[in-house]
Write a protein that binds this ligand. Structure first.
Ligand code: TYC
Length: 125
């Protein structure tokens, strides 16, 4: 038996994709990538602020700024003096969760030591 004779005819080969040509020479098939506006916004940031009072010792405030805001002693002293003179001062800028944790940690340390030091956070911009 001649199997060749019973084979159905092969379908025609699909047309080959045209070879890529540089943009403008591609017969109108160029792909244009559009720049889309960025959808995600950077997160809202919060500054952690210490408030002045008449009772918390300067040394305690300097130590708090060093410990919770990772400042060296000189920078911490400058921030403390600014708070003492201006009534308040920024100790750092953080995401909402971190700022809120700093406020809790500073407040707890102050109350444990019997000081009325106030620490708050506020959104920036
Ligand atoms: N004013 C305080 C004093 O004279 C010192 C002080 C500084 C208190 C900064 C709080 O956030 C503060 N002992």
């Amino acid at each position: 038996m001649n199997s060749m004779a019973t084979q159905p005819p092969k379908p025609p080969a699909p047309p080959k994709a045209p070879a890529f040509k540089p943009d403008g020479a591609n017969g109108g098939d160029s792909v244009v990538l559009e720049r889309r506006p960025q959808k995600t916004k950077p997160p809202q940031m919060f500054q952690v602020v210490l408030l002045n009072d008449d009772y918390t010792p300067m040394e305690f405030v300097v130590e708090v700024i060093q410990e919770f805001f990772n400042k060296d002693r000189e920078t911490a002293t400058q921030i403390m003096l600014k708070i003492h003179l201006d009534g308040k001062g920024v100790c750092g800028v953080f995401s909402k969760d971190v700022a809120s944790t700093k406020v809790d940690q500073v407040t707890e340390a102050a109350r444990k030591s019997g000081h009325p030091l106030q620490c708050v956070c506020e959104p920036i911009e």
